[in-house]
Design a protein around this ligand. Structure first.
Ligand SMILES: Nc1ncnc2c1ncn2[C@@H]1O[C@H](COP(=O)(O)OP(=O)(O)OP(=O)(O)O)[C@@H](O)[C@H]1O
Length: 275
């Protein structure tokens, strides 16, 4: 799709019902896995309340912004803004424009405008995929942002807890109402992998299928185990897909990338669910 500054074949938003389930981790590692396959990839961190992608790629801004500047579209006499390239992915984040500890309380009315600006007034160049990390939840802010985007589809990230699925169902209902396609779900931190023997086990009680998002016919794109290295590497600014490409977690992210591409090229909905 091509509209003003953005020329992307596919724009994919990553959402979650709850915070902390790994939405940014999935967004980043999915973008990197697609880039490793030779695609031209952009990543827009639109998580207004917790823009964590900069930290996860080793970039932080300490200086607080005094006001939000609206820069103009590059083609309309404005300068536009360049994304920052890390590990082969072009990145733009709310976190590049605010201080790391800066809290903004009144995003509400501006979200649509800022979302549009970060999408269309940034010099992304030609992209195969633009991945968008949404704020968690299904409130007015998320709806406003989603309305301002022209999406190929969405991916919903869930944790292994009953309540994570309960909240994720709300975002799926919201996407249905907005007539936005759900490409599938990612189950993150579903199992813990023992660093000594590699054996995997569940920490939380298994979510009953009828209470899970899979009961809504959402296809499972892949499951990522809870691996301490994912968090350690992210804190060092080195995403796991880049720093430990042979790990079980990196392999899981690459499998998710393959599933996403497959889903983009299929028109069918409602596939497999986890056992
Ligand atoms: N599979 C995993 N194994 C271990 N740690 C993980 C995994 N996935 C994510 N984490 C860690 O969990 C924490 C939360 O992840 P992340 O920031 O991606 O969540 P989020 O859903 O985007 O949160 P929020 O929306 O509240 O910002 C981070 O410290 C991250 O490194």
């Amino acid at each position: 799709m091509s509209e003003q500054g953005l020329e992307a074949r596919h724009v994919i938003a990553i959402g979650s019902g709850k915070g902390g389930v790994g939405k940014s981790t999935v967004s980043l590692n999915l973008a990197l896995a697609l880039a490793q396959e030779g695609a031209s990839v952009g990543l827009l961190d639109a998580d207004f309340y917790g823009p964590n992608i900069p930290v996860m790629v080793g970039l932080t801004r300490t200086q607080e912004a005094q006001k939000w500047s609206f820069w103009r579209h590059p083609g309309a006499g404005g300068l536009g803004m360049d994304p920052i390239e890390r590990f082969g992915v072009k990145i733009m984040s709310v976190g590049f424009l605010l201080g790391e500890r800066q809290q903004v309380f009144s995003w509400g009315p501006l979200v649509g405008q800022i979302g549009y600006q970060m999408l269309h007034h940034v010099r992304w160049g030609r992209l195969d995929y633009l991945i968008i990390d949404l704020p968690p939840g299904a409130a007015e802010v998320q709806q406003e942002l989603l309305r301002s985007l022209s999406l190929s589809g969405t991916v919903v990230v869930v944790g292994p807890q009953d309540v994570a699925h309960l909240d994720a169902k709300k975002i799926i209902e919201m996407l249905k109402k907005l007539e936005i396609r759900v490409l599938g779900g990612v189950e993150n931190m579903s199992r813990v992998r023992c660093p000594c023997c590699g054996e995997q086990f569940e920490v939380f009680p298994h979510v009953r299928t009828d209470r899970s998002i899979w009961s809504l016919g959402v296809p499972l794109l892949g499951s990522v185990p809870l691996g301490p290295a994912v968090a350690h590497e992210a804190n060092r600014g080195k995403p796991i897909v880049v720093s430990q490409p042979d790990s079980a977690e990196a392999r899981a992210f690459r499998k998710i990338a393959t599933s996403v591409v497959r889903r983009l090229h299929s028109t069918e909905d409602g596939e497999s669910s986890p056992s």
